[in-house]
Design a binder for this molecule. Sequence first.
Ligand SMILES: NC(=O)C1=CN([C@@H]2O[C@H](COP(=O)(O)OP(=O)(O)OC[C@H]3O[C@@H](n4cnc5c(N)ncnc54)[C@H](O)[C@@H]3O)[C@@H](O)[C@H]2O)C=CC1
Length: 401
Amino acid sequence: MDHPAPGMAPTPLTDHETALVRAGLAVVEPYAADLTVYFYTILFARYPQVRELFPDDMDVQRDRLLRGLLRIVDLVDDPENLVRFCTLLGRDHRKFGALEAHYPAVGECLLASLARYAGAAWTPDVEAAWTRAYTTAARVMMLAAADDTRLRPATWAAQIVRHEHRGHGIAEITVRTETPYPYQAGQYVSMRTPWQRKAWRQYSPANAPRADSTLTFHIRAVPGGRVSNALVHRAAPGDIVTLGPPQGDMTLAAAGDRDLVCVAGGTGLAPIRALLEQAALGDMRRYVDLFVGARTAEELYGLDDMLRMAQRQHWLSVRAAVSHQHIAGREGTLPQVLREFGPWGQHEAFLCGPPGMVTAAARILRNEGVPAARIHHDPLSDPVLTTPLAPSRHEPESEYL
Ligand SMILES: NC(=O)C1=CN([C@@H]2O[C@H](COP(=O)(O)OP(=O)(O)OC[C@H]3O[C@@H](n4cnc5c(N)ncnc54)[C@H](O)[C@@H]3O)[C@@H](O)[C@H]2O)C=CC1
């Protein structure tokens, strides 16, 4: 797990300032989509040199700004987690080429956008509280980025050394980094291709770290997904992709020594596979129940591999669930099948796959008495504006301003 550098703890906002920041956000929230368009318009008009840091197609980026902003506001009275989030965000922003000079520019345009949409609610007190919140977050990000510069590169070049189609638009792609890429099994990685140089997408390596600096990704081409389509249908051995720093807390270190229940939907098998490979390398003293789901039996692309692992590892049992096809003994959605087995109350859970599946499986586990802190998954891309502000203080953070 990444820890913030010492000495970064900001002076916490007072309760009054926190309330003002939250109240300000509540006023503009109904106009959030317009606000983010306005923000980028004035940012690029006032600081044209910043434009080149951003992708041509800004749709995903707008959503990320909101996500990051909401996260910061959510943590504004929780200095420890605020520092942790901003530290990761600052380190991750190195890959975009973010410089210290950009932070005041972003702050100025953000506050101007908030002021415009908050109208009369943008009082001097609200402005002062927002200025302090932004300055605090930006300062932590800048310090973290500067510290990180001394420790590791901003990005890693990786050459594709194997590219195999696994059917149903899924490719298994192995890359080798020029210099060692430090990550833990279960983490995810942002990647960019040579064809869309500003577009970064997240993928989880499907393997535990290897001595030969190779990583294998399972990537499904999704409709309109320019990066995933390029990786599946255009990329070939010899092409160079770029990796950003690893992220995510879904590692074995998070699991204590309890038995595990792992639920993997579609290509969500990747990080779960990495975790199990990592577990198999150690002295395994716990049991693992793995549920692998797909829409059709043909799409259970990684099942055989997992069944072979279960033959070698006595601690692993594997069950498959097929949701859109009648297959005796395997029919059902992952949440349904999960409910049939158990009990899971004493387990540590790792979930990965479509957000709807992860949410449904997490709900079942919670109902069985598994505390939220023992249910691990990467952040879900739920629509930001319908996400409540207050909960999930301990959810792994990852999103990118
Ligand atoms: N680190 C991460 O967070 C990773 C996340 N993923 C995500 O995993 C997903 C995989 O997509 P596909 O392979 O197309 O999966 P898919 O659409 O083929 O579905 C896989 C399984 O999830 C179930 N499922 C889908 N939606 C559900 C819902 N709303 N409720 C209950 N069960 C549901 C299906 O029945 C099936 O068993 C993508 O959303 C991808 O972004 C993939 C890899 C890593």
